[in-house]
Design a protein around this ligand. Sequence first.
Ligand SMILES: Cc1cc2nc3c(=O)[nH]c(=O)nc-3n(C[C@H](O)[C@H](O)[C@H](O)COP(=O)(O)OP(=O)(O)OC[C@H]3O[C@@H](n4cnc5c(N)ncnc54)[C@H](O)[C@@H]3O)c2cc1C
Length: 408
Amino acid sequence: MGEDHDIVIVGGGVAGLAIALALHKVGLKSLVLERADCLRTAGAAFNMWPNAWKALDALGVADALRPFYSQIDGIRGFSICSGVCKNVSLKRGGKGDSNVKLESRCIERMALLEALARELPEGSVRFNSKIVSLHRESLSPFTMLELADGTSLKAKIVIGCDGVYSVVARWMGLPPAKSVGRTSIRGMVTYTEGHNFEKLNVQVWGKGLRTGFVTCTDKKVYWFLTRRSQPQDAEICGNAEIVRNAALEMVKDFPDPIAEIIKSSPAETINMADLKVRWVWPWEWGRGMEKGKGSVTIVGDALHPMTPDLGQGACMALEDAVHLSRCLEQAIKSINIAEWGEVQVEKIESCFNKYLQERRWRVSSITSAAFVIGFVQEGSSRFTRFVRDWIFFPLFSMRYILYFAESC
Ligand SMILES: Cc1cc2nc3c(=O)[nH]c(=O)nc-3n(C[C@H](O)[C@H](O)[C@H](O)COP(=O)(O)OP(=O)(O)OC[C@H]3O[C@@H](n4cnc5c(N)ncnc54)[C@H](O)[C@@H]3O)c2cc1C
């Protein structure tokens, strides 16, 4: 017989650790099962926008990160096709003597994961624990989780935080995330003597290509590049030097210091990923996610894989965690979790449905906006470049990034 647990979280990424911490803060114990043998570093860093900082404040870890990461002063967008350049200040109101800035920092993935994990009781995260399947006997109120090592675990409540290829989401009946036909390359460079870049989120647009960089700290700079996927991507993605050379070739006509930043980045920070999204219209949320699945739900990329064009995936995962923990706290208070049966499962199921309903419009609008903005910004055709440089840019500047980051 396997072990019994009240709450099992599948996946120890941003979503998994954030929900575990949010539950811990309201007095609920959980076990995080992570397939890797340690916290995962791939992806180097994230832009964390004001909504993420609100969530990190609620989780009590924001102040452990703030002193180490530079607050960004603004966003700068530049098109090498038309020369159009836009600056957006992160100061409230944009002008005047206001020192109140919308908080945006680019933080290292590992630092975020460690900050979340540090606040958890010892033994909360179990590594080398890959879930391969879930099942539930028709009359049982428990969910069984099968692990790759052949062991199994019995859980009252399961929260799937296992990312884009989520086993839990598949079990709940969600369709797989689909490639959007675009690929991203990212990396990080450390200047041991410090750098002189402004504290900006710089984005540069070309033909079918968007690249940019953000200062993380006084020494570290994160960079990214997105472009249409190419047939050889699957072959080269495991070789950082080939990926770097491909990136350098793509930015050869781009202004300084993009190529230099890419050249100086250690190979272990370079990562290539096919961008994926799952379309679930807001009115379809819950359908197929709730049928007979009882006390099982999903959070973060498992629920809403999105393109990174608004830098909101991890920010949304943090928001999800705060929302879900509030719902779950209320639901668990109203039952006796020690006496687990169908009545308790129904209570938790309706709490999970409430959480999904609360999140659906926000997450759907951000997922769709990120997709459309990514498509336009990349400017693959002459028409989209025209729209981007002469309509989209002048009309919206780059304020749409802040609109979604603020409205929560
Ligand atoms: C190019 C790019 C740039 C991005 N930039 C930003 C940004 O600037 N800002 C931002 O907010 N977001 C950004 N994102 C999105 C962000 O990376 C994701 O939204 C975020 O990592 C989602 O967190 P998660 O915990 O849901 O999933 P993940 O980070 O994928 O974590 C899932 C975890 O589950 C584990 N796991 C998977 N399967 C199993 C299993 N079967 N059993 C046990 N464990 C399992 C994995 O090992 C992993 O640790 C970007 C994404 C990309 C691709």
